[in-house]
Design a protein around this ligand. Structure first.
Ligand SMILES: C[S@@+](CC[C@H](N)C(=O)[O-])C[C@H]1O[C@@H](n2cnc3c(N)ncnc32)[C@H](O)[C@@H]1O
Length: 275
């Protein structure tokens, strides 16, 4: 367990993952291979800090958090029922959605204040004795999954359902910023990616590359030092193929935003009659 200060200077308690399994060669190998498996279930959707800050800001604006400790009890290998909750603790976290009803019942019974991320579509089914805060935010989590998210809380008194348009807009702005800040990768002529081929094809330019001109690669050496690779993998290509690719891309670029008007038969006849 460790403590950190949030952006408002409040103390947040984070629990450090504990691995109950005894480590042996096999479990280490399992952990190693697991790292490469894409985790896409909602239980594995980790919250980007900017999303958590927005939520914290919202709770701070609508509930009295002065002198409260923010508790985040949900983490790999965690057991939220076994934790000791401080009397001045407020649980604000993204829980595993698969057991959300159980979590809500637990905090309600223990009278522990909470504000939790919740699956939007099944929201009303899990807000027993608490408030459903409908936001319909398309949140992009750290594993890349975009999940429509709303919230449940027992800190909003008698309100049963709140639809918060302002928070919905805040999440839209955040999503737009996240998109604008995405780095755009540009590859040299000697690298062929599926996106490069698609770009030409979509602009009406067909291409063909033969096996003898290509070598399969998952990423470039310059990317590896940053832990990155070519999305969807790609090929290193020969001088000849690179020249053909460059020519195809040039032809495709010339077609961008260009609408070519065709001549009618009548106009062609006029042209032929000239001179
Ligand atoms: C949706 S993830 C969110 C993790 C983190 N709270 C965040 O906001 O990024 C839910 C986490 O809860 C963990 N979890 C599953 N069952 C749990 C339990 N009974 N007690 C505590 N954590 C649990 C999962 O392993 C997963 O890491």
């Amino acid at each position: 367990m460790y403590k950190e200060l949030d952006l408002f200077g409040r103390e947040t308690i984070r629990f450090v993952p504990t691995f109950r399994k005894k480590q042996n060669l096999f479990s280490q190998y399992e952990a190693f291979t697991e790292k490469f498996e894409p985790k896409k279930t909602t239980d594995d959707c980790y919250t980007p800090p900017e999303v958590f800050d927005l939520v914290l800001q919202y709770v701070g604006k609508n509930c009295d958090l002065s002198g409260k400790k923010i508790i985040r009890p949900f983490y790999p290998g965690g057991d939220f029922e076994a934790l000791e909750y401080p009397a001045d603790g407020v649980v604000i976290d993204n829980p595993p959605f698969s057991i959300l009803s159980k979590i809500v019942r637990f905090y309600t019974k223990k009278e522990i204040p909470f504000f939790l991320f919740a699956p939007h579509l099944t929201l009303l089914g899990c807000c027993h004795d608490c408030t459903a805060i409908v936001v319909s935010a398309d949140i992009k989590y750290d594993n890349g999954a975009v999940v429509k998210t709303s919230f449940v809380s027992n800190m909003f008194g008698e309100a049963k359902v709140i639809g918060d348009a302002e928070l919905c807009q805040e999440f839209k702005k955040l999503a737009a910023n996240q998109k604008a800040n995405l780095p755009k990768y540009d590859y040299p002529d000697h690298v062929l990616t599926v996106s490069a081929v698609a770009w030409c094809v979509e602009k009406g330019i067909s291409v063909r590359f033969d096996q003898k001109d290509l070598v399969f690669v998952r990423g470039l050496d310059s990317q590896k030092v940053h832990g990155k690779g070519i999305f969807g993998a790609g090929f290193l290509i020969s001088e000849k193929a690179a020249a053909e690719k460059a020519a195809a891309e040039k032809a495709a670029a010339e077609k961008v935003n260009k609408l070519i008007w065709e001549l009618s038969e009548k106009e062609l006849q006029i042209i032929r009659s000239l001179g």
